[in-house]
Design a protein around this ligand. Sequence first.
Ligand SMILES: Cc1ncc(COP(=O)(O)O)c(C=O)c1O
Length: 436
Amino acid sequence: MSINAPAHQPSPEGTRLGELWSILPEQSGCDEAGVLTVGGVSVAELAEKYGTPLHVIDETGLRRQARSFAEGLKERWPNSEVLYASKSLPIVEMYRVAQQEGLAIDVAGGGELRMALAAGVDPRLLHFHGNAKTDAELAHALEVGIGVIIVDNEDELDRLEQLLTRPQRLLLRVIPGVDAVTHASQATGGDRSKFGLPMDQALRAIDRMQAHPLMDFEGVHLHIGSQILGTSQFAEAVEKLATAGRFKTYDVGGGLGVKYTYDDDAPTVEAYLDAIVAAAKEHLPADAKLMIEPGRSVVARAGITLYRVVSVKHTGDVFVAVDGGMADMLDVALTDQRFEAVLANRLAEPWEETVQLVGRQCESGDLLVDGAPMPAARPGDLVAIATTGAYSYTLANNYNGALKPAIVFVADGEARLVVRRESYEDLLALHAPAIG
Ligand SMILES: Cc1ncc(COP(=O)(O)O)c(C=O)c1O
């Protein structure tokens, strides 16, 4: 395939492939053999070379999306910064890409901090989140010269008082009392949130920071939740944040939802930025710095997960079972998120069955797609689940001794391995040998 030709995106009769192209990675298409391509590379070749389950990331689409946040916010509010919320895809290569595309980075724990540093990210671009940062994590963050710590509570301030030896930039996370419309596990801004302090307590903590000679308090932060499909709640959050007072910086978190299913209607990046900036113009000081922290909406669409079909059973339902499952795709069980799937090596064939696409872990809840339309699948076929770039690798686990998948970045007809597959040796290395 010519690497610069636009990908062929057919819409065969008897399928919903035409609609799926807006959910699959931007740089995806169909080759002459009817096989899905991402970044100009056939997924059949990727599966052959790297094995399955495999996360495949469209690097071109990913970089374009990252830039659309950075440039879009700068155009609308020049004194601004976009932080990549790295929990959505915490891999060394992604930290490097985010920095290259002009994003600062949000880390939430010692592991993410180390991966960002391993990627060569300037520590001054790092913002450290978390409601239970340990002494060791805080000490390490201070030692490496972390840019900003987002303080969650007064115990953390006690720790910082002990640890600080030089001035440190700080923000404070507040609870805005905005109940985001999303899955309960993804709503984080309601009155009962475990993250941050309610306004009255926040004001006390702010006084404390402002009085401390080494605490360079810059402003306030909130994050109302994730996978939010409307823009009005982001505007409401900005308005609530303004009630904390007049500061140098306001960080309004992440949370923009993405289109996972045929029926989802997700706001564009532009509509989201318009809503936040309109609210900022109304409620925040004109010279304040405005920050946002998108994660999911930066990486989700760029990724697919490739699986190999292992068995097909007709037992009333049609069960198509693949060689992965909730060990590498926990989101369905955790948040009820629906995904769409496609038989990636037979794109041109009519979708004549509706199947239960299941994984191989020992839970009935290990259902990857409840009712996936596709051609009659056979063992050995390839299944691609769309929009898995965010929170899939993050939540991967070793259920039933599963190994964490590899990740490849693809662009311009080339693939490169950025995270290797976990091995059985890796798995066993953590355990003391059973002797005697
Ligand atoms: C503090 C904070 N900021 C940003 C995000 C990113 O959210 P999303 O991936 O929905 O954009 C999260 C996600 O949990 C978060 O906790």
